[in-house]
Design a protein around this ligand. Sequence first.
Ligand code: ATP
Ligand code: MG
Ligand code: FE
Length: 333
Amino acid sequence: CWILGIETSCDETSAAVVEDGHRLLSNVISSQVKVHQRFGGVVPEVASRRHVERITWIIQEALDRARVRQQDLSAVAVTQGPGLVGALLIGVAAAKSLSFSQGIPLVGVHHIAGHIYASHLVKPLSFPLIALVVSGGHTELIHMEAHNRFERLGRTRDDAAGEAFDKVARVLELPYPGGPQIEALARKGRPVIDFPRAWLEPDSLDFSFSGLKSAVINWLHRARQQGRQINRADLAASFQAAVQDVLVEKAIRAARQTGVSNLVLAGGVSANTPLREALTQRCHQEGIDLRIPPLELCTDNAAMIAAAGTYRFKDGIRDNLDMNAEPNLPLAR
Ligand code: ATP
Ligand code: MG
Ligand code: FE
């Protein structure tokens, strides 16, 4: 079975062809990072316009590289939400057109389900599993007992992990997106500043990063006021270590509480090398089987959407041509 995936929820225009849910035949990603960089973040109107200009070419490129024709596709899967509504609409409209013109099923996919299925493209997911989803808009712990079954165990109460990286990067006058910039800067520093870790209630699987973000900003203000020398690399390393400690600990806590021994790291922040290393080490100690997506599948891409869409397709889930983009789509449906 050949599924075309389409992803336009934010600032990546992407199309991909996946065979049987796990074999990657093509994954074309056109990033708009350069377009948005001068604004310091994603500008929604600019993003949708760019998606419109690119989407048909990206889809054609994905089909060409996979050597699959439109008429050979089993279905088309598209990110239905969450994301920027104007951006999502472009992918949804493209998917509907293809579904209508070729008479193939349309399958709407949750963007976060996609992030979790990124690992499936390397090695099939084993259930039950816990997914630690860390991205620009989400920080969640998800329990999955089978394909298409998502139960949320915890979520962030304020900022997402990626959002915290982006905001702290902004304060440090680093370009957007901030995550990779902070990681690079942190490599030259040491985590010598003891920033707060929000553990919340003893058993809580929720997260909170706004306090940490404020602590970093306050520390900078005070240092500037007192005319102290600021070691930006140490600051970045200390912030990163604080985020990492909480993410790793809560993921392990979730696995212990549920007795689940498969852990999947997902979302853009999973590209962070120190996080990958720390989690790998902890999981090894705890006897937990850890899946981490390869770097190119961590951030937004259509291959993960095609993979997740394949299992909705296999479960007989279909969407009609009246399907709409849902900026606040819930994961459990
Ligand atoms: P969501 O998936 O929640 O809808 P999104 O699609 O915008 O949000 P992703 O593309 O999954 O987010 O991830 C982008 C986020 O990942 C950004 O916040 C970015 O700073 C962060 N990120 C990317 N690479 C790294 C890295 N190496 N270290 C830390 N953070 C990173
Ligand atoms: Mg992006
Ligand atoms: Fe994403």
